[in-house]
Design a protein. Structure first.
Length: 363
């Protein structure tokens, strides 16, 4: 049998890149709450006690950028003192004129991918789905465990035989902690309260490896241990490397930015191809050009898991879904302050999000 191993990772909200993603999405949500027509691309970078908030904003909203950034750090659980440097300009009039037609057009060129698989209930690949659940559980446990701190990462390696998920080979959990706790206490806590409640026991065996804080001490974390920037966790945010990514990040971008909205719609389409049992796996690539309201290309693949050819699946897709920017925004109702819900533990596979809803496909 052909045996392969595949690995995906996730991070907690206290990871410095995710701190910046949450600042950016919190700013976006506040802008859209006040002005649903806001055009936003305001990002953040953090190192030690300095937060740099910068980018372009086309909005009628009155936003206290500094207060939002500082509140995010407090909300995550960092109690150090920070100061904010602000550099936010109005959106380029050239970009605005390219978007603001009678029919909304793409705010930039680019490619976007969607993916879905019936490997899990969330219709996501198992490794990234499991890594996210471990990170989310780690955060939950951290918030009620005095010796755990906000920064953390998880990683899951799974084994496939002939393309079928067989077992979990390795689980890695790294968590920031206070100086007064032993590694043995940390390992016991993580094993009993994070790993065992999450992992499907039928997928682990005597050869499954558990690496908990493999580097040893992890006291200095967050921005004090590393720098962070919005948009650096695009593989974590999407499919854990199991499917291609377009290269554009999600956090900070309003729905006229197809890097975000079209990637969400591509997931919506793939998810419903699988949910309607038209294929076991589905992947879509879209491409857009700035100033154009519809995609330049739509490429559908089922990897031989459908009773339909890829050409037939594409015809079904084009009959049931409208990839125009205006429709994406309207069908998924994206001019709402929903974006901080997406920031952590993946933008896909969360049942409450609009692109994760079921749509009956007509053949």
């Amino acid at each position: 049998m052909a045996k392969i191993y595949f690995t995906s990772e996730s991070v907690t909200s206290g990871h410095p890149d995710k701190v910046c993603d949450l600042i950016a999405d919190s700013i976006l949500d506040e802008a859209i709450r006040q002005d649903p027509e806001s055009h936003m691309a305001v990002e953040a970078t953090i190192k030690d006690d300095l937060i740099l908030v910068y980018g372009e904003a086309g909005t009628k909203a009155k936003i206290d950028y500094e207060a939002i950034a500082l509140n995010v750090l407090k909300q995550i659980g960092y109690d150090e003192d920070y100061h904010v440097l602000l550099k936010v300009n109005a959106q380029s009039p050239e970009i605005n004129s390219a978007v603001a037609h009678d029919e909304i057009s793409a705010g930039d060129q680019g490619i976007m991918f969607g993916y879905a698989s019936d490997e899990t209930e969330d219709l996501m690949p198992y490794a990234i789905d499991c890594a996210h659940k471990l990170s989310a559980k780690l955060e939950e446990v951290r918030r009620r465990t005095p010796f755990l701190r906000p920064d953390g990462k998880t990683q899951v390696t799974v084994e496939y035989e002939d393309g079928v998920l067989k077992r979990v080979d390795t689980i890695v959990v790294s968590t920031q902690h206070t100086p007064d706790v032993t590694q043995e206490q940390i390992r016991e806590c993580i094993m009993n309260e994070v790993i065992r409640p999450v992992i499907d026991s039928s997928l682990v065996d005597e050869n499954t490896k558990y690496l908990i804080n493999p580097s040893g001490s992890f006291i200095v974390g967050g921005s004090w241990g590393d720098s962070g920037t919005t948009g650096r966790k695009i593989v974590v945010d999407s499919y854990g490397g199991y499917a291609p990514i377009g290269g554009g990040c999600f956090s900070s971008k309003d729905p006229t930015k197809v890097d975000r909205s079209a990637a969400y719609y591509a997931r919506y389409v793939c998810r419903n191809i699988v949910a309607n049992k038209l294929a076991h796996k589905c992947q879509i690539e879209l491409s857009y050009a700035i100033g154009e309201p519809r995609p330049l290309s739509v490429y559908v693949q089922s990897f031989g898991t459908s009773q339909y050819t890829d050409d037939e699946l594409r015809e079904i897709v084009m009959k049931n879904f409208d990839f125009s920017v205006s429709n994406i925004i309207n069908e998924l109702d994206l001019r709402r302050p929903i974006y901080t819900q997406t920031t952590n533990y993946g933008h896909f596979g969360k049942q409450n999000l609009p692109w994760e809803q079921f749509k009956k496909i007509e053949l």
